[in-house]
Ligand binder design. Structure first.
Ligand code: LMR
Length: 333
């Protein structure tokens, strides 16, 4: 009798231990992205990981996969919709293929003069409205993270629109960006970020555009002789999660993660400008790429050639979205 009683006690103790062990399995969030760690997005993703794991006291584990390790462009959107990963921070230029073309308003050349104008739009009805729109795609938008203003690069000096004539220029999967390159007389080639370095090295493309932080961390100075400080457009990100996963989280965990995301967003947007300024110095010091500063006339010629893209894409982006952004930025097409 005593033996049976002891056996029952032991069995329930083992079961209890097993139960607790299962209960204590951390919630895993796979966070996949396509850029290097030493970039505004790469650093912000690591910072979010640190805050989220600390504040949930280990109940959540963030696995960050940079450099397209897990999924590259063209794959990662489907992966997050299927739940193969839980979190992404794609460029705003990559939401068109998802069917939310309004995001391409952010790609329009010269539409933002500075980060403040951009933040007015992302935190305002347009930015929040876009997050509403992606819910029907099974996604939740958590935040907008900055990178910066793009520069153009090639293996010949590029100062005015005619210098771009006939060049094959890599772009992200955005019709607005393809039209932008066509407006310069060059040939747009859309491809995944992870393929750009090799495409430049082998001559599949002649040039590209990106914020300096992406240019230098991908070592494009090794395969591009000229970089023009055009600041002709903005590149930033939307941090998104799988909706079913996010809605299914325990409420306290979700609240804690929202707080961590808020602080990581402030961090991302605080470091972006300096990261890009530092990147230009890295390129300059490499001595491999000549940095071109445009004269006011050259900048005016670029702007004149590129603003035509706004009208061309008015119906694609949506008249209301465009009008609202023009109102908030004061942009005069
Ligand atoms: C690109 O494809 O050029 C960028 O969107 C990469 C990134 O995420 O910054």
């Amino acid at each position: 009798m005593k033996f049976r009683f002891a056996l029952a006690i032991a069995a329930s103790a083992i079961l209890a231990a097993a139960g607790t062990a299962v209960a204590q399995q951390p919630i895993i969030i796979k966070f996949s992205h396509v850029v290097a760690v030493d970039t505004p997005k790469g650093k912000a993703a690591e910072y979010f990981k640190k805050l989220a794991e600390e504040r949930t006291k280990g109940r959540v584990k963030i696995e960050v996969y940079p450099n397209s390790q897990l999924f590259k462009d063209g794959e990662e959107m489907e992966a997050v919709q299927l739940g193969s990963v839980q979190m992404l921070a794609p460029s705003l230029a990559k939401f068109g293929p998802l069917g939310v073309r309004e995001f391409e308003v952010f790609d329009l050349p010269y539409i933002f003069d500075d980060y403040n104008q951009l933040h007015t739009v992302t935190s305002g009805p347009v930015g929040q409205g876009l997050f509403k729109k992606i819910e029907s795609k099974g996604l939740v938008g958590l935040a907008y993270w900055d990178n910066g203003f793009k520069v153009m690069s090639a293996n010949k000096p590029i100062r005015v629109p005619t210098d771009y004539k006939g060049l094959k220029m890599r772009v992200q999967s955005s019709k607005v960006l393809a039209d932008q390159m066509k407006a310069l007389g060059s040939i747009p080639q859309s491809m995944a970020f992870s393929e750009v370095y090799q495409a430049l090295q082998t001559g599949v493309v002649d040039g590209t555009e990106n914020p300096p932080s992406n240019f230098s961390t991908q070592k494009m100075q090794e395969v591009q002789k000229y970089l023009a400080l055009t600041n002709h457009g903005y590149l930033g990100y939307a941090v998104i999660v799988n909706k079913k996963f996010w809605d299914g989280l325990p409420a306290d965990i979700r609240t804690t993660l929202e707080g961590a995301m808020k602080d990581a967003t402030k961090y991302a947007n605080d470091i972006a400008q300096k990261d890009n300024d530092d990147a230009i110095e890295v390129v300059r010091k490499s001595g491999k790429t000549e940095i071109i500063t445009l004269t006011p006339d050259q900048k005016a010629a670029m702007k004149k050639a590129l603003v035509a893209v706004h009208k061309e894409n008015e119906s694609r982006i949506g008249k209301d979205t465009l009008a609202e952004v023009y109102k908030e930025t004061g942009f005069k097409p």
